[in-house]
Design a protein around this ligand. Sequence first.
Ligand code: CUA
Length: 263
Amino acid sequence: MNIHTYEKAWLVASMVLIVGFIATITYGAVGPGIAMIDDDGGSINPDEINDHERFAEPGVTHVGGNEYEVAVVAQAWSYSPSQIEVPANSEVTFYITSRDVTHSFTVVGTNMNTMVIPGQVSQMTVKFDEPGEYGILCNEYCGEYHHTMEGKLNVVPEDEFDLTELSVEAPDEVQAGNETTITATVSDGMQSDLETTVTLELGEQTLERDVTISGEGSETVEFAVDTAELGTGEHDWTVTADGHEESGTLSVVDSTDGGDDSA
Ligand code: CUA
């Protein structure tokens, strides 16, 4: 059979086109790491999110080494938490679910993008090499304020990241001559131990206490306050630990004129 040269050329050209199309589609589906939502993340009853071990308190958890987990709950029209901070050089697995309707969790300027479907947990693991700031937004229409649904993802330098929390209990007022205490609790959200110094600055006094907090534990430090040495008046205090700070004011009142506001 004799095929005309032009016809041969067209046959070859259309073959090349077909192969090219298939290659493009294959690359688009596999190359950039796109995956459909599957059952990996598991399913969840949206009515039981508040009792769920992962989603009851959504946020960042240290899993070990440079690995972290972030649990996010999407709802009309916000994310909990809306501000996410993770360290650079980390591998972060996101678990995201919805309380109500279908949303998305889209990290602007990256290829992180997943649908968030009520009843399903969307799971994706991402490596963050460099510090950076990213916006998070919802690109599934979810109602009147869909366009306001946003969050922020901060990848901070490793030495600026910690999961330490400091909480301080201190009285507002104490009568001169009475004893009182300022209590500081430091909790370590990392799996590793934390060695730090808890410092109380109060008036002219500076009190320090070294603590070692075991991974995922907390330590409470009580500072005894000498009101006689402080004297009456308003005294500003500051408690610091591991770069965190809390402050307040303690009033030492004279026992003869204190405690009676009705006069
Ligand atoms: Cu949530 Cu749009």
